[in-house]
Design a protein around this ligand. Structure first.
Ligand code: HXC
Length: 515
């Protein structure tokens, strides 16, 4: 056969495989507002940059009539491309082929691109749209997932791993994303669960819709499994592109440096954002916007544990990770979920050479039976561990309240922050003046002719003594008390000073964080 004819044959074969599960299945996919696997990849990567591999892989299953079935590409599209002109490894499960279920060869395609991504030190993006382990392939499918989980763990902290949930994902199809760094979901399209509503009904007799069990909102607001929520697939891919503009390509690099820009004029007056009365709420995100270049803040897990705000912004062109109490929600307390949220983000920044900026304004850890029984001791300890362990530049600004354990936990000097600045309105103490006065002056207050008057006097006395930054500054726990408008300037300087930071701890295989 002449080469020309062979080329024609190749083209025909390609076209056939690229039809996935066929026209009808593609129409069904599109009728649900979903793109096909290849369309998704092409939307995400730079134009003309995608190259597909293992297009002609076939499954080898023989049971349950599988030998009579052709599954094009074995239900997954894999390849390499570029995003923001930098290379990425990528796979997208094709729901039109056996529900994107994962059999042995499907898994091998994924693990091959995972190995490439790790070897080439480039990010791996996984687009998940799968019913999980392919039931007909039995233990081979389970083995496939095991191989994926192992590689997820191996790559963790070396290359960024991004998961996109774009369909009903069950079983292994959600555990791999759970091992990755960032999970993206889309309203009405994404569903994540270990077992779907059918199984739950059979086993427990409970009825629930897929959406209520594991829809995009559930995982963005309640479970915290998702990091980014979008209204459409297009918006989701734009979010991924933006995230990739903030983070380094692997753990040996720094994030790409951008042209420095000042904050936007509407956020110029930083001092006005924070009310003087420590009981007044405000939106900490506006303080971040008043600090970062172009007021451009990419918030992570925006809808979950909102008493803690985390995300990326640039200072003088360099990406920084922000960890901030949010006084607008539960006064910014630390609790089970906010501790988990902050601790994981701190570890991400530390693994990928991103300086951490902590903005402090909190009354402490949240007391209560619910929190105690939910394990606030164990979860709260994660944030202590994460800050103590992190060796990237750690810069802390105490804006207002920093009470009790909250003061220690939020990037204090004692957990080895490199620079700790405090605004003049900062209150650094074991607890708030009212609570403190009630305890230490109880006898005087109870024995006074006018207990209310005496309480006021004692609160005033306590405030004057402790509710300020100067006691901590006198001991060197705070490096300097600054005017709010000096914050950005000092942070720029501190990042520069810390650029060659080198610290080392005792030799060990690894620590044992309070997982
Ligand atoms: C084989 C599967 C499949 C699977 C779906 N399909 N899931 N084939 N193995 N796991 C096939 C269906 O048979 C159907 O084929 C096609 O994909 C589309 O599925 P539908 O059910 O028609 O779609 P939908 O109604 O949208 O429901 C999607 C779904 C549901 C919610 C994902 O299919 C489902 O519940 N699947 C099973 C989920 C599950 O329990 N997976 C195993 C998890 S255990 P046809 O030929 O009719 O088009 C696991 C182990 C790892 O993953 C655990 C690690 C810790």
């Amino acid at each position: 056969m002449p080469l020309k004819q062979k080329i024609q044959e190749l083209k025909k074969k390609r076209e056939e495989v690229q039809m996935g599960g066929g026209e009808k299945a593609i129409e069904k996919q599109q009728s649900m507002g979903k793109l096909t696997a290849r369309e998704r990849i092409l939307t995400l990567v730079d134009d003309e940059s995608f190259h597909e591999y293992d297009l002609f892989v076939e499954h080898e299953a023989r049971d349950f009539n599988m030998d009579k079935k052709t599954l094009h590409g074995d239900g997954v599209v894999v390849g390499t491309g570029t995003v923001n002109d930098e290379p990425v490894g990528i796979f997208a499960q094709d729901f039109t082929v056996a529900g994107g279920s994962l059999g042995l060869m499907h898994a091998r395609k994924i693990t091959k691109i995972m190995d490439h991504a790790l070897k080439m030190r480039m990010p791996l993006i996984g687009i998940n749209d799968s019913g999980g382990a392919r039931i007909q392939e039995g233990v081979n499918s389970l083995a496939g997932y095991g191989e994926i989980f192992f590689r997820n763990t191996l790559s963790s902290g070396v290359i960024p791993q991004i998961s996109v949930i774009l369909g009903p994902c069950a079983g292994g199809a959600v555990y791999s994303p759970a091992l990755t760094d960032f999970v993206f979901v889309v309203d009405k399209i994404s569903k994540m669960f270990i077992t779907g509503p059918e199984v739950i009904k059979t086993v427990l007799g409970e009825e629930i819709s897929m959406e209520d069990l594991g829809g995009a909102k559930v995982h963005s607001e309640i479970t915290g499994n998702a990091h980014f929520y979008a209204e459409s697939e297009k918006e989701c891919f734009e979010q991924i592109e933006k995230l990739l503009s903030f983070i380094p390509w692997n753990n040996t690099q720094k994030a790409p440096i951008r042209e420095p820009k000042p904050p936007k004029p509407e956020f110029k007056n930083i001092e006005k954002i924070v009310p003087g009365d420590p009981r007044q709420p405000y939106d900490i995100r506006n303080v971040v916007r008043a600090i970062v270049d172009d007021s451009d803040f990419l918030e992570v897990q925006e809808l979950w544990a909102q008493n803690m705000v985390i995300g990326f912004g640039r200072i003088s062109g360099e990406t920084c990770g922000f960890v901030c109490n949010q006084p607008r929600v539960l006064a910014g307390v630390l609790d089970v979920d906010s501790s988990d949220k902050a601790a994981r983000f701190i570890r991400y920044c530390d693994a990928f050479n991103i300086p951490i900026i902590t903005l402090v304004d909190l009354p402490g850890y949240l007391p209560g039976i619910d929190q105690e029984h939910a394990g606030v001791i164990r979860h709260g300890a994660k944030i202590l561990y994460a800050y103590s362990e992190a060796t990237v530049a750690k810069l802390t600004v105490i804006l207002r309240k920093a009470y009790g354990g909250g003061y220690i936990a939020m990037g204090s000097r004692h957990l080895r922050s490199d620079f700790v600045f405090a605004w003049p309105g900062a209150e650094i103490a074991v607890m708030g003046p009212e609570g403190a006065a009630n305890i230490i002056f109880r006898k005087e207050i109870m024995g006074a002719e006018d207990p209310d008057e005496m309480r006021k006097e004692k609160v005033k006395e306590y405030k004057e003594k402790f509710a300020n930054p100067y006691v901590a500054a006198a001991k060197g726990y705070v490096d300097t008390v600054i005017e709010p408008e000096e914050t950005r300037k000092l942070l720029i300087h501190a990042i520069d000073v810390a650029k060659n930071k080198a610290v080392s701890g005792p030799r060990k295989k690894h620590g044992i964080p309070p997982f």
